[in-house]
Design a protein. Sequence first.
Length: 364
Amino acid sequence: MVGLKFIFNLMLVVGGLISGAQMGFGQKAAVLKGRVIEKDSGNPISFCTVALVGSSIGSITDQDGFFEIKKMPYETLNIVVSHIAYENLILVYEPNELPDSLIIKLNHAVVELAPFQLEAKGDRKLSRLRSKGMESFLTMVLGDGYKKVDVHLTNDEIIDTKDLTSGSALYSSYYDLNFVNQFLGYSIDYYNFSFYMAKMGKSFYGFPVFTELESESVEVTKLWEANRTLAYNGSIRHFLMSLINDRLAEEGFLARFADNKKGSRASTIRVKTTDKAEANINLIYNEEMKLFELRFDGVIEVFYVGPETKELQTTLSSIKLTGNSALIYPNGELKDPLSIMTFGYFSSQGVYKMLPSNYFPAKK
């Protein structure tokens, strides 16, 4: 079984975040429209970002504060509303509760100057500690195998040195970080980002929003497309999509239950898609919720030997449910990222290979 690696890459964290919006609930809409205004004065806010967390879908408000987002997905919607002069707001909706129109009210942001950079400059020891802490931070967030030339954290100076060097298991302050990923061709704004780096484990979470970079040439565009396919293949989302479509072998996966009993054989997973099928994994489509419910006991080992692996090298991962089941949308995204614990390759893939939820590889 794969050694346990306690790095949880949590893209979405929700709860207690819906205050501040007035809405009239209706049926699911193909287009979401609304307006962003100041909470105190009611004045419109222009050039405000309204985007779906984890995706590259979004809009910018016009001079009167209006926005429009087309082709809304069916997944649970986590909408981030951001402007440099105002406090971020995260709105959370279930698909069947998506309003026809939104009036979003933002509070003015309180700007605080952080003194820690000045302190670090004046203290060589503190500066070295910060540099070491930043290196560990980037390794945790970006994932294994990232190349510095490909990805850049553009505003690392805003992260407090204490958060980088404390070794505490308590989550840090919240930061709005920006990563430019030339490997995949995305700029990623990571809102309300928080983390900890302790001896017992490392963790981070936040609300990422993707924006495609402008390509300088056809060759660069082709390279990004190839790298995106490379990042998708063998990922946890690729595995879940293959599981949903009953194409594990065709997509290059071998999955089996880990068995710690000495001399015993690990059993290959057999997916149960109906109440009558005999199997060791339950994967039932819930018509009312429009998603799949995954149930199994124990730990599943996942081998990927697909076309993107080099020199017959395979990736090895493990997954385990944290509760009774995991809910999966038809696009392979988890409704709750905390419902599955991942180890091995799955847990080592950070922002460097992170793709928006609305990305799908080109059909062959």
